[in-house]
Ligand binder design. Structure first.
Ligand code: CA
Length: 227
């Protein structure tokens, strides 16, 4: 049974989540604050954590940092906050995904399944070497990209960027994470590098670069590869 830890101080939302998750045969624990969340996470070893950022005793970001000290459990942030820097801080602290309140239960459940699937896949597939979409394929081992039967030439920087995105399918990677990984910098004023390189990648790989289907921008946050 997949165990979910729900960390949320709104009793109505907790009730709705528990009912929906149990109906789909998840095991559910609920914590109304950060301290209980950290204790339950250690005691119950959940497979995924749903985490509200606005908790009565501590900021949700502190809970993420606490969990990440010892756990790789997928963390999905539930945030009512519109400010994207709060979400970015949560992702940079190690959250895997976020969903903005109010959300549809169907979307939440789909993201939850994806988060659990990613961790289940990891030990089985040691290294993703071939990434295929209906429009292009990427061989990470041979460093070869093919679109419509033709080789696509990519620069080393484009490769690096693409590699990070396609090896984390469906997962939002923040601007800071990409800048740090590819350029070794985290200054937000370098986000124009990212825009330029992402535009190049789309021109080379997407059928309609202005309406990308695979290399998705999350405005103000980062990028996501949808395989
Ligand atoms: Ca709250």
């Amino acid at each position: 049974m997949t165990r979910v830890l729900v960390v949320e101080d709104d009793p109505q939302l907790v009730r709705a989540l528990v009912i929906n998750l149990q109906a789909r045969h998840y095991g559910v624990d609920a914590a109304p604050d950060g301290a209980t969340a950290l204790r339950l996470a250690a005691a119950r070893q959940p497979d995924v954590v749903l985490l509200d950022l606005g908790l009565p005793d501590m900021d949700g970001v502190e809970v993420i940092k606490g969990l990440r000290g010892w756990s790789r459990v997928p963390i999905m942030v539930l945030s009512a906050r519109q400010a994207s820097d709060e979400k970015v801080a949560a992702l940079d602290a190690g959250a895997d995904d976020y969903i903005t309140k109010p959300f549809s239960m169907d979307e939440l459940l789909a993201r939850l399944r994806a988060a659990v699937r990613r961790t289940e896949d990891t030990p089985l597939v040691p290294e993703t070497t071939l990434v295929e979409t209906p429009e292009f394929s990427i061989d990470l081992l041979a460093k070869k990209a093919v679109r419509a039967g033709r080789d696509v030439r990519l620069t080393p920087t484009e490769w690096h960027l693409l590699e990070i995105l396609v090896t984390n399918p469906g997962r939002l990677i923040t601007q800071k994470q990409l800048l740090q990984e590819v350029w070794g910098v985290s200054q937000s004023n370098k986000t124009n590098y990212l825009r330029v390189y992402m535009a190049q990648l789309r021109r080379k790989l997407e059928t309609d670069p202005s309406q990308p289907r695979y290399l998705i921008t999350e405005p103000g946050m980062g990028y996501r590869f949808e395989g």
